[in-house]
Design a protein around this ligand. Structure first.
Ligand SMILES: Nc1ncnc2c1ncn2[C@@H]1O[C@H](COP(=O)(O)OP(=O)(O)OP(=O)(O)O)[C@@H](O)[C@H]1O
Ligand SMILES: [Mg+2]
Length: 399
């Protein structure tokens, strides 16, 4: 639209300039013709300019035009027409003068005696440019109206065309999402079967070789990992398709406190100091299961990416009509160039792959999807080697 507006603007300016130039030129030429006709009609008689044939001159003067004759000293001798100029003559060939609300164009020409070729006086032809200005005004309106209509038509056309062009893309995108949802759904049962079979086999190790136990253990943990991956994929595919959200009153303070209790032993194992400062009355309308999943992912990340002896702080407060939850750690941090990428699906920093090998890189994508589902936002600040702080902002319900 901006490009189109620029093109149309350049076109309008070009038309305006060209039109004004040629019209001014034509008007000036006509005025010069009139002045030359009037000069030819003047004669020198007894030391004075005498105007011949006043009647025929009256005929050639159009409306808004005027003629004035001067002697060589610049004294006015005679005049004809409506819009005469009450100014002393100036010897500029052509001038435009603004008087009150009128613009007048005047052309001054010398009168040369036909017998001796001497200067005997001057003639000044003038005309009001009001009609000309009115025409330009109309042109301006016409051009801007035309541009406006063209812009409206092209934007409507653009929207329609884009919609039509986007339709197949959107359809295939939709099919892709559906496929992800279906595939993850279908993978659930075979994975379950593998896992339960391996677990049963481990329960009765009689007749099993020693080395096979480890293999079955590996199968169980790999299946566990695949199950959580397919669960995550299914969740993302489902929230993409329909942002389905229950709207129950949820006490976020309770969820956060339970989370702290749940993760305390894991933090103690790593000698991480897990601190919490959770306010009361943190109520919002939403889906408790999704909210638990949101903060579990954030706290799990903080635990995974903080080395032994670090500190994790969870703070929840009501600020105005929003609930702000901060999960801050003294962990490995995220490089500034990666801050944008961490919410992308399957993105993991290279160091994280060795740090926490079980992850899939879907955790924060799920976090963001849940926050958006609840009409909130998430922000992150981080410094490499110092720590990260994730701030979730959710609309409070005030229950
Ligand atoms: N608290 C944090 N400190 C440092 N880096 C983090 C932190 N949280 C996330 N990251 C970085 O962002 C990446 C993406 O996180 P995300 O939770 O999406 O995936 P993940 O933790 O690797 O795997 P999972 O799917 O199991 O959560 C991580 O691999 C890590 O590099
Ligand atoms: Mg994670």
């Amino acid at each position: 639209m901006v490009v189109l507006a620029l093109i149309l603007g350049c076109f309008a300016v070009a038309v305006r300039v060209f039109f004004t130039r040629s019209l001014t030129e034509e008007l000036t030429n006509k005025l010069i013709d009139l002045g030359e006709g009037a000069a030819a009609n003047a004669r020198f008689e007894n030391g004075r300019v005498k105007i011949e044939n006043e009647f025929s001159i009256l005929n050639i003067i159009a409306r808004h035009q005027a003629l004035q004759w001067f002697d060589t000293q610049g004294r006015l001798i005679g005049q004809q027409g409506d819009d005469v100029l009450n100014l002393p003559i100036s010897l500029h060939q052509s001038i435009n003068i603004q008087i009150e609300n009128k613009t007048i164009q005047a052309v001054t020409l010398p009168i040369i005696g036909s017998d001796d070729g001497k200067l005997i006086g001057y003639v000044r032809a003038s005309q009001s440019l009001n009609d000309f200005n009115a025409t330009l005004n109309k042109l301006d309106w016409g051009l801007s109206g035309g541009i406006l209509i063209a812009m409206i038509l092209s934007s409507v056309g653009g929207v329609l065309l884009t919609r039509q062009a986007m339709q197949p893309i959107e359809e295939s995108f939709q099919r892709l999402k559906q496929f992800t949802a279906d595939a993850s759904h279908e993978l659930r049962s075979p994975l379950m079967a593998i896992k339960s079979n391996a677990t049963v086999a481990l329960k009765y190790p009689k007749g099993m070789r020693e080395a096979d136990t480890d293999k079955f253990q590996a199968i169980v943990s790999a299946t566990q990992q695949m199950s959580s991956l397919t669960e995550d994929l299914l969740f993302l595919a489902r929230t993409d398709n329909i942002p389905n959200l229950k709207r129950d009153p949820v006490n976020l303070a309770e969820i956060l406190e339970n989370l702290v209790i749940q993760y305390k032993p894991q933090a103690e194992l790593k000698q991480i100091h897990l601190q919490c400062a959770i306010g009361t009355h943190l109520y919002l309308l939403g889906d408790a299961i999704q909210l638990i999943r949101l903060f579990t992912n954030l706290v799990a990340n903080a635990l995974h990416y903080t080395s032994n002896g670090g500190k994790i702080e969870i703070a929840g407060n009501l600020t105005g009509s929003y609930i702000l939850v901060k999960v801050q750690d003294t962990g490995v941090g995220i490089a500034p160039e990666n801050l944008e990428k961490i919410f992308e699906r399957f993105w993991r920093s290279d160091s994280s792959r060795s740090y926490h090998s079980g992850g899939s890189g879907l955790g924060l994508s799920i976090v963001r999807a849940i926050v958006q589902n609840h009409g909130g936002s998430i922000a992150v600040t981080s410094e490499l080697g110092v720590g990260s702080c994730f701030t979730v902002r959710l609309p409070a319900s005030g229950v």
